[in-house]
Design a protein around this ligand. Structure first.
Ligand code: F6P
Length: 530
């Protein structure tokens, strides 16, 4: 363990019982422990990070060479070493930047050409008789566009968008019911064009279109790096939008995988989304570490997870249209940083990516906030909040939403003491021993850390900024932990076993699965399948 890690652990021990409220005796704390880019404010003052801790965290980032590794990523170096690839999703939103070269070749002309072709296609679909678009994809080929389409509902003026991901036939069946096969466009989104869930759903959708008298040639499009496979599937090459293998699945919403979103909100609004993303890239590359939002968000993450030992973090958007953000971030963060082996092949000496979960406020308040406030585990909370909503006639709703969000972070920080709780139960008429017994249930220990991300309005530009803020946060945490955030070998074994188990499930072979547990489960299933 380096000296800086040791210093941070010692600091965590020293301040473990310090009250957060105490830190605010310094009235300048909110300004010192917050940072802004454009109209976006990140406040981390309600954490137990003080000047010394922040200095040590920044030292950790410097020792891990975050800045040079960041520059290597943007320059197209092969930083995804376990897959031998560059990591250049940033090039997809490099609207105003210059050349980006991979293997000596500038990739920008191709990116611009593909985006222009997507825009032409999207605008044609928006003007046509297409009423519904189905995006069939999974993981990064689903979560990004599905989250963004929900987030930008006020800007949605194109055909209805549906997202089918699960291989469970319930998903596609429920989606197709009620749709007109002759006015539906099916987009097959798959980087590899081999993912079993997506290909199974794609074949079912094709059969549905054919069965209902539609025209698959006209009504199918594909988004993929594998143009030979899209062709073999029978998709008209004119409707295929390609990208390169240096765009990771969970980082792919900025290019062709964003097509359904572009059709929903139009190519102009999609450009604004990319502009927001580019603005956050520029900030990440230019701002000093102590004013750099992705770096600061990452450092609060490292402080809470690796130093203080809080195993999970909750993402709590007080923004109903961001209700899919927690699921999106689960893939982004947990597929990227849920690794046990470091880049150099050695085991990580500390826990890596945290468990990410959450839900939109205020709904979560009526579900799991009980545990966040009074449970035995500390859950650092990450609030997101817009100053304005899109419903001017419902302004009072928005004011209530804001009050709730601010109330939660305040309650988490300040808590309620036993004395205060006693006064409350006494006022309710409890007496004698009952006072303490009842009061103890009403105590909030407080000191529970949270951060708040504020922005004026959830528009396309802002959504672009938010997603990139989290992308780079994941990158910085990965660099500090010494892991490769851009591979996902951990998903392979399950896929392989599913393929080998399929013939057994279908009863095509008498071979028994090797382990008795799986054999027993299979026997039960076969009995009940008759
Ligand atoms: O489950 C792993 C994964 O490879 C994700 O990383 C990816 O986003 C998803 O599957 C879908 O892959 P594809 O776009 O190739 O169908």
């Amino acid at each position: 363990m380096t000296e800086t890690w040791k210093t941070l652990h010692a600091q965590a021990d020293a301040v473990r019982d310090r009250s957060l409220s105490e830190l605010f005796r310094d009235s300048g704390r909110p300004q010192v422990f917050s940072a802004q880019t454009g109209d976006m404010l990140f406040d981390y003052s309600k954490t137990n990070i003080d000047m010394d801790t922040r200095d040590a965290l920044l030292a950790l980032a410097r020792e891990a060479q975050v800045e040079s590794k960041r520059d290597a990523m943007f320059s197209g170096a092969t930083i995804n070493e376990t897959e031998g690839r560059a990591v250049l999703h940033t090039a997809l939103r490099n609207l105003d930047g210059g050349e980006v070269s991979v293997g000596g070749q500038d990739v920008m002309p191709e990116i611009h050409a593909t985006r222009a072709a997507m825009a032409k296609f999207a605008e044609r679909i928006r003007k046509s008789d297409v009423t519904d678009v189905i995006n069939i994809g999974i993981g990064g080929s689903d979560l990004g566009p599905a989250m963004a389409v929900a987030a930008l509902a006020p800007y949605h003026d194109g055909p209805r968008c549906h997202f089918v991901s699960n291989v469970d036939g319930a998903d596609i069946s429920d989606t197709l019911r009620g749709l007109d096969a002759k006015t539906t466009l099916v987009i097959i989104a798959s980087k590899t064009f081999t993912t079993i869930e997506t290909m199974t759903n794609a074949r079912t959708a094709r059969a549905w279109i054919l069965d209902q008298g539609g025209d698959p040639k006209r009504q199918f499009a594909a988004l993929s790096t594998a143009q030979d496979r899209t062709e073999a599937f029978g998709i008209d090459p004119v409707h295929v939008f390609g990208f390169e293998d240096w765009v990771g699945g969970r980082y792919s919403v900025w290019g062709p995988i964003g097509l359904s979103m572009m059709i929903a909100i139009g190519s102009k609004a999609f450009d604004a989304f990319l502009r927001g993303a580019q603005a956050m890239d520029t900030h990440f590359r230019a701002a000093s570490l102590d004013e750099n939002l992705p770096v600061l968000l990452a450092l609060t993450g490292i402080w809470h997870n690796q130093i203080c030992g809080y195993a999970t973090r909750a993402v709590l958007p007080y923004d109903e249209r961001l209700h899919k953000l927690p699921a999106y971030l689960q893939q982004l963060e947990m597929e990227s940083n849920g690794k046990g082996v470091r880049m150099d092949g050695t085991d990580s000496p500390r826990h890596t990516g945290p468990i990410v979960w959450g839900a939109a406020g205020t709904n979560g308040q009526h579900a799991f906030y009980q545990l966040i406030h009074q449970g035995t585990r500390v859950v650092p909370c990450e609030f997101l909040l817009a100053a304005r909503g899109h419903e001017p006639d419902l302004h009072h709703h928005h004011q209530l939403l804001i009050a709730n969000c601010l109330a939660q972070s305040k309650a988490l920080m300040e808590g309620r003491s036993l004395d205060e709780a006693r006064a409350i139960v006494e006022a309710k008429g409890f007496t004698g021993d009952d006072i303490d017994r009842q009061a103890r249930h009403r105590v909030f220990h407080g000191n529970r850390p949270s951060t708040t991300l504020l922005y004026p309005l959830l528009d396309p530009f802002t959504l672009g900024q938010i997603i990139v803020l989290y992308e780079h946060r994941v990158f910085v945490e990965g660099v500090i932990l010494g892991i490769n955030s851009f591979d996902q070998w951990g998903v392979e074994l399950g896929k392989e076993l599913a393929t080998s188990l399929q013939p057994l499930v279908e009863g095509q072979t008498d071979a028994a699965p090797e382990d008795p547990s799986t054999a027993g489960l299979l026997a039960f299933i076969h009995t009940h399948q008759g």
